[in-house]
Write a protein that binds this ligand. Structure first.
Ligand SMILES: NC(=O)c1ccc[n+]([C@@H]2O[C@H](COP(=O)([O-])OP(=O)(O)OC[C@H]3O[C@@H](n4cnc5c(N)ncnc54)[C@H](O)[C@@H]3O)[C@@H](O)[C@H]2O)c1
Length: 363
């Protein structure tokens, strides 16, 4: 496939555009388009900053010579998504004397996007944030939709705000330095969009699995654009997750239970979601909602993409069920799951019997 850039418009009270293509981090005119004033704070992490921060700063500076580009670099990984590091970013904004017309650029994966986005949401009650996602997960999920947050010791994403970005610029070439396991984890979220609402997209993913794993820019750009278009449409219809946005959690109730039970030291998030989606499909089968052939198709695609499709051995079904009872999505009316009536037709189902869940977990 030949490389081509894509643009996805996100509607809502604060509309913005997602730009997707190879080498966009060096496109100064595109990066500078979002600036209101001349002050820029580039926030990144210790893995990503050495790879890409100079390129972004130089491109911005070339396009807008009067720009003042400051940088703040945080440790890499989920452990950095804390209130303490959030405070560190706001202190950096204060020391750089950022005003209301300043722009924060979040250069990194979902951790930087969430934390820096939250700092932008709070600094002077909200400044512009441009998301520059560098992981596939961040490109197809966390940079789109305006959810920002940090973690507390008591749980993930407990303190945060809705703050839509001013623009999202996803450079597919940046994925070449991503560890392959992180790329595959992002592909699980890509498959999720097809599984929940677009059977044709799953066919396309089947046809392009090899190109995606080989990091073909055109295939990646198309997969990202189609995923973002799905998320954008859902978010526009349900910005604050009162209904349909919950479908984006397909596979996540099982997935979170696995991650929690493994102490966040086993499957990564995307891998847990891959297993979770297969379990959600099996649950739909057990409940008589969908044919086994659809589960088999989903499983085969995930396997082709190098993702796990079965519960890791040694996990106790009763303990997994206990985690699910505590899940944010569990409500007074019992266990709540995203199930499907077949590929591309996901829906929320409340009051799922525990016996059916245990059946799927193999007890
Ligand atoms: N806001 C939302 O709607 C939303 C949605 C989904 C997930 N999230 C959040 O996203 C976070 C996970 O994001 P993630 O998977 O991107 O993790 P991450 O930000 O920790 O990135 C994964 C690792 O890859 C490194 N990295 C990033 N880009 C790289 C590149 N191009 N080359 C080399 N290394 C690179 C990072 O330094 C890190 O070590 C979680 O905190 C999760 O809660 C938020």
């Amino acid at each position: 496939m030949t490389a081509r850039s894509h643009e996805v418009a996100v509607a809502g009270d604060a509309p913005y555009t997602i730009h997707i293509g190879a080498d966009l981090l060096g496109d100064g005119a595109l990066l500078a388009r979002s600036l209101r004033g001349r002050d820029v704070m580039l926030v990144s992490d210790r893995n990503v900053a050495p790879l890409y921060a100079d390129r972004v700063a130089a491109a911005l500076q070339a396009a807008r010579p009067e720009a003042q580009v400051h940088r703040h670099v945080l440790p890499a990984g989920e452990a950095a998504k804390t209130l303490a590091h959030f405070a560190e970013v706001t202190t950096a904004l204060a020391e750089a004397r950022m005003r209301r017309d300043a722009t924060l650029f979040a250069l990194g994966g979902g951790v930087i996007g969430d934390l820096a986005g939250f700092a932008a949401a709070c600094w002077m009650r909200g400044i512009d944030c441009v998301q520059l996602p560098t992981t596939l997960l961040a490109m197809v999920d966390s940079s789109v939709g305006g959810k920002t947050a940090v973690d507390l010791p008591q749980g993930k994403n407990l303190v945060g705000a809705f703050h839509p970005p001013r623009a999202v610029i996803a450079d597919t070439a940046a994925l070449r330095t991503l560890p392959p396991r992180e790329l595959r984890a992002g592909l699980a979220e890509v498959v999720k969009y097809g599984a929940l609402g677009d059977a044709d997209f799953l066919d396309w993913l089947d046809d392009h699995a090899d190109a995606l794993l080989a990091m073909d820019d055109a295939a990646l750009a198309e997969a990202i654009a189609r995923s973002c278009a799905h998320k954008a449409a859902i978010v526009a219809r349900d910005p604050f997750e009162h209904g349909e946005r919950a479908l984006l959690n397909l596979g996540h109730t099982f997935g979170h239970a696995i991650e929690t039970e493994q102490g966040y030291d086993g499957l990564n998030h995307g891998e847990a979601v891959a297993v979770g989606m297969v379990l959600a499909a099996q649950l739909s089968e057990v409940l008589g909602l969908a044919p086994a052939a659809d589960t088999a198709r989903l499983r085969a695609l995930l396997q082709r993409l190098g993702l796990p499709v079965a519960l890791p051995s040694g996990l106790d079904p009763d303990r997994l069920l206990a985690h699910m009872r505590l899940d944010k999505k569990a409500q007074a009316d019992g266990l709540r799951f995203i199930v499907w009536d077949g590929i591309g037709r996901a829906r929320v189902l409340a009051g799922v019997p525990e016996a059916a869940v245990l059946d799927v977990l193999g007890r």
